[in-house]
Design a protein around this ligand. Structure first.
Ligand code: ADP
Ligand code: ASP
Ligand code: MG
Length: 420
């Protein structure tokens, strides 16, 4: 079996869904499990629904009507006859979502979040299931929540590998074409959970791992993995071949083309990963596999925006050593600040973090009781893998103030202020 993953951008309108069908047709439809995300920016829109719901629980969130109109427009663009079944199924999902919002009594934001955002994937796969059926492709719609089992950590649930593997194997056995959702799963009490934003790539890897799949292909709006995000860097080049290790490093440093968790399950079973263009399915794209050298061997650029640089120094000129550092790290963990970069000297310690959960102020307050603290917000963290002097120069030439620079053998990193 092979696993395909189509992200939101690939199915953002009726043309996208038709293209998904054409990609399947061109590349061989048999023995394929297709993981699909929510259409276009539906997850973002559902996040707005949740915000409106918490602001006023008695009113139907206005964004919900727009989401509904968007999906029914896509249905209009896909089906001319035999619309009833798809309309009924999609309507039933919207009714279920509205009922949830009407009757829910649980105050937990993250719980509500997962129960609501998961409808994006349920709706998209329902439409695609019916569309493929209408094209004469018999396909099985699998509710991923029946087999992707997780803990209760809503919004970033951790997988129960043992159960998940068995359930996936059983659910998929004997099926030729399966359509299922990325991003979603369920906990031991069968409440819906999600695997974290952009988690559909990871779902594809989970299914591939359980099924010992021959390969995973993620179909993107780019030709493959490039040596930089084309939205940020100009003259990017396609990486034809990279190793799992390189892909993990790139994803870890923030190359958002692959979700960082995707690579680990695949490399454990040496399942090759292909990143290809859904606009040019005949092109080979990028192949990610074990121990392969980077081809072409070029510097790779990654930027993480909106970071925070926290610079600490000791109040009494005492050294910042193990005890202080472990205290700082415990606080960073407690205040849920993912650490992107650290640098220390005898009496100072700098750390670049993401203020993901908006807890910076609380953290800084605690730090000030023990250190002199300087905080610089809105900084950009640039990483260059396989840097050379020309690549480093291109960062210096941006004309922005370099607040911190760090080099190891393979990787150079720069924290740049957003002012010139
Ligand atoms: P999906 O539709 O699967 O969710 P994403 O939008 O998450 O797709 O990922 C594709 C996007 O990733 C591209 O449009 C591109 O802007 C961005 N991207 C970031 N880094 C890279 C890179 N190194 N190579 C290719 N694309 C990249
Ligand atoms: N729909 C989810 C998101 O937008 C998961 C994904 O697309 O990977 O985050
Ligand atoms: Mg994505």
């Amino acid at each position: 079996m092979k696993v395909y993953k189509f992200g939101g951008a690939s199915v953002k309108d009726a043309g996208g869904v038709k293209n998904l069908y054409s990609v399947l047709n061109k590349t061989g439809i048999k023995n394929t499990l297709v993981v699909v995300s929510a259409m276009g920016k539906t997850t973002n829109a559902l996040e707005k629904v949740i915000e409106s719901y918490f602001a006023n629980k008695t009113k139907t969130p206005p964004e919900l009507l727009q989401i509904k109109a968007y999906h029914f427009e896509i249905i209009e663009g896909l089906f001319t006859i035999n619309k009833k079944e798809v309309i009924d199924d999609v309507q039933a999902l919207f009714d279920e979502l509205q009922d949830f919002l009407k009757y829910n009594k649980a105050p937990n934001y993250s719980f509500v979040y997962d129960q609501v955002v998961s409808f994006g994937e349920l709706i998209s796969t329902t439409i695609i299931h019916h569309f493929l059926t209408a094209q004469g492709i018999f396909n099985f719609w699998l509710d991923a929540r029946e087999c992707v089992k997780t803990d209760d950590y809503y919004r970033a649930a951790n997988l129960d590998w043992e159960n998940t593997q068995n359930l996936i194997k059983n659910a998929v056995a004997g099926k030729e074409v399966v359509i299922t959702q990325g991003f979603i799963g369920s906990n031991a009490n069968n409440f819906t959970t999600t695997l974290g934003r952009e988690g559909s790539d990871y779902s594809a890897a989970i299914f591939a791992y359980a099924l010992n799949a021959d390969s995973v292909t993620i179909w993107k709006d780019v030709p493959g993995v490039l040596n930089g995000d084309p939205r940020v860097f100009s003259n990017t080049q396609l990486l034809h071949q990279i190793s799992y290790r390189e892909a993990i490093e790139l994803a870890f440093y923030g190359a958002s083309v692959i979700h960082p968790k995707t690579l680990q399950p695949l490399q454990r079973k040496e399942i090759p990963l292909y990143v290809r263009s859904f606009e040019k399915p005949e092109a080979a794209g990028t192949s990610v596999s074990k121990g392969k050298p980077l081809v072409p061997h070029v510097p790779c650029f990654i930027v993480k925006k909106d970071q925070v640089l926290i610079q600490l120094s000791s109040i009494d000129f005492s050294f910042i050593v193990e005890e202080n550092i472990s205290y700082i790290f415990n606080l960073l963990h407690e205040y849920q600040m993912p650490v992107e970069l650290i640098q220390n000297s005898a009496i100072s310690f700098s750390v670049c973090v993401s203020n993901k959960y908006k807890r910076l102020e609380e953290l800084v307050l605690v730090l000030r009781s023990r250190f002199n603290v300087e905080v610089i917000e809105n900084v950009d963290l640039f990483t260059i893998r396989h840097f050379d002097e020309k690549a480093v120069k291109s960062i210096h030439q941006k004309g922005k103030k370099i607040l911190l620079e760090q080099r190891t053998q393979e990787t150079a990193q720069f924290v740049l202020s957003d002012t010139e």
